[in-house]
Design a protein around this ligand. Sequence first.
Ligand code: HEC
Ligand code: HEC
Ligand code: HEC
Ligand code: HEC
Ligand code: HEC
Length: 348
Amino acid sequence: MKLKIILSFLILLIFFLITGCERKVINEASNDNNLNCFTCHGDDDFALIAAKGQWQKSVHASGNNIDRNRNYSSRYQTCEKCHTNEGFIANISGVAAAGDNFSAIGCFTCHAPHTNGTLAALRVEDAATLANGTVFDRDEANLCASCHQGRENADTYVVDNIKFTRFGPHYGTQADMLIGSNGYEYAGYEYDNSPHTNVATKGCLNCHMAPAIGYAVGGHTFNMYDSISGHENYNGCNVESCHDGEVDTLDYDGVQTEIEELLDSLGTILQNAGLLDSTLHATEGLTVSDKDSSGAVYNFLFVEYDRSEGVHNTEYAKGLLESSINFMNTGNPNEVAQHRWNNIAIAH
Ligand code: HEC
Ligand code: HEC
Ligand code: HEC
Ligand code: HEC
Ligand code: HEC
């Protein structure tokens, strides 16, 4: 009997210790950091659940290129800062990543909620500087631009007598393309920008993080198109100050078809000239005497790696492709060849 009383007392004591502890952790956190766990983790706050479901369908979560880190090959250490969570944070904080484990670009890559007490404060908010020194400043999209950029400066990278070794900008030239900068610009040709350069004041977010359709497109999927469900997201396009309900295809006004056709013809011209190989990469080991010819290869890859097929900045993409095609056909970026489609490239 006595034993039973002592036991129940002990159990009660343990219970109070545990619940007391729990309360203490929460209170301390909210006192010290002005942060209440249940602001974000409450039973009726579903924003985190939705974001997580969407994120799991994003290429940030599922892409294979997280393997670009030192544990695969020492030469991939420089890739960590954009391809892994740890590398990205190490690059911002200046504290080197331990290198034991690398995880995907996830919640804590872009947010630091437990440090900042808010989801709105992102890891990167300052304007991003492109490789050619141009400043990209589009609100929260500065975060995206810190990774999604071409990494080479076309002005100093594309030079005479260059030997092609994995020649070209890096995959993901989206930030450069959106603001119309850092393609190979021929002297004497005038390059324009499309409205997206300026009307998308939140940059990438206006379109890629527009209200989500389930877990397929939009929001934290960052996708515009989902091949499984077939969903395309026009929620960002069809707002009142923009297309106001007019968009019902991503190939709006045939822009993607047009840019694809230009890419195809430039690709064929460059292959015929021996500058691109059969896989549409710069011909490895080739030395090209004239920078205007390697510039055409650079522009082909720049538009190809942007991957929006002209949506990000139709005028700039078109300008880069047309000036390159003209140069390859006539030696003059402004002069259209008379028989453009079956002309053999003369300049290289
Ligand atoms: C400003 C919003 C916010 C606040 C406040 C917040 N969290 Fe979080 N927490 C998040 C987000 C975002 C995640 C990542 C999504 C997820 O795992 O559900 C997360 C994840 C977690 C996780 C899982 C960790 C992991 O690695 O997946 C734990 C545990 C956690 N939070 C505990 C807490 C505690 C304890 C507090 C209070 C001291 C707190 N959180 C306050 C936003 C917040
Ligand atoms: C830490 C660097 C980093 C940041 C920040 C970042 N991305 Fe990415 N993003 C990547 C990488 C790397 C990939 C490719 C992942 C793979 O293939 O494994 C990618 C993939 C994508 C894709 C999918 C491309 C495909 O193949 O379908 C989209 C869309 C995208 N990002 C948009 C965004 C947007 C919008 C933002 C800003 C809200 C952003 N990203 C922020 C590095 C980043
Ligand atoms: C400045 C940031 C940055 C750095 C540094 C970087 N990458 Fe990337 N990389 C990206 C982004 C962003 C994407 C996704 C682009 C997209 O999907 O359009 C990507 C995509 C890729 C892809 C996928 C291409 C495809 O078509 O699926 C490969 C492969 C790749 N990177 C290799 C590397 C390697 C190897 C390194 C290091 C030598 C490296 N990257 C360094 C930002 C970077
Ligand atoms: C590639 C960067 C990136 C990643 C990864 C990311 N977020 Fe976000 N998140 C953003 C941006 C950008 C915003 C918009 C911020 C703003 O408007 O202030 C945002 C907004 C949010 C919001 C508030 C808006 C809303 O949708 O209600 C929540 C909640 C959120 N994120 C949760 C998460 C969680 C949970 C994860 C991981 C599962 C995550 N995020 C991963 C970039 C990211
Ligand atoms: C005006 C709307 C808009 C803006 C702004 C925008 N995008 Fe896009 N983006 C698109 C569309 C539309 C596509 C093409 C999707 C398709 O056809 O599958 C695309 C394609 C992409 C792709 C290739 C994805 C894939 O599935 O092949 C990536 C990566 C990407 N954008 C990243 C970005 C980044 C990073 C920014 C900001 C620097 C940005 N985008 C700004 C609309 C936009």
